[in-house]
Write a protein that binds this ligand. Structure first.
Ligand SMILES: [Fe+2]
Ligand SMILES: [Fe+2]
Length: 184
């Protein structure tokens, strides 16, 4: 998948929030892939092709999404702490969402592995239902999370960050991209 921050190198340097918003749209696309696959899982049971699509999204969560979260937690959020005080703007709630997603993705991958082993029978359809439940939870969690960042956190960042702070954040983004995705 192309990295959003490298999509137009000759253009005027992007602001950090533009990069993160562009990555959110790529995450949206993955959520659409997951929703579609989960619907088919409900109709057709644990079909291998549907499970492959689900697995590609689980890998994306561990890979590209983990890099996105690192950019937010290590680069952007520290600069926002002083501006965010009220309850619904709390950064730790957004970090908790990231952790929640990682925990759910671990359960999701376990259920996926079981679905691959159990081809048919009562236990197989139960496991497919579990997989579907975890997947729907992930779709809901991430959609809400993106909304809160796009419509609250990033607006605060765009309003208050100085040009120097933005330049420093972009430098940190580049270092994280260079290091690549952590492997779980
Ligand atoms: Fe986030
Ligand atoms: Fe984000």
């Amino acid at each position: 998948m192309p990295n959003a921050s490298k999509s137009s190198p000759e253009a005027i340097p992007l602001r950090p929030t533009q990069i993160l918003r562009a990555e959110h749209r790529l995450i949206d696309e993955q959520l659409n892939v997951l929703s579609g696959a989960l619907r088919q899982l409900g109709d057709r049971g644990p079909n291998p092709e549907v499970l492959d699509r689900i697995e590609s999204v689980a890998r994306y969560i561990d890979g590209e999404m983990a890099v996105h979260h690192k950019k937010e937690e290590d680069c952007l959020f520290p600069f926002l702490e002083e501006f965010l005080t009220s309850e619904n703007l709390r950064l730790d709630a957004r970090i908790a969402d990231h952790e929640d997603l990682n925990i759910m993705n671990t359960k999701f991958k376990e259920a996926l592995g079981e679905c691959r082993e159990l081809k048919s029978g009562k236990r197989a359809s139960f496991t497919a239902q579990m997989l579907r439940g975890y997947g729907l939870y992930i779709v809901h969690l991430v959609r809400e999370h993106l909304l809160k960042e796009d419509q609250i956190l990033f607006l605060v960042a765009e309003e208050y960050l100085t040009a120097n702070q933005e330049a420093e954040i972009l430098k940190r983004f580049a270092a994280i991209e260079e290091a690549g995705a952590p492997r779980s």
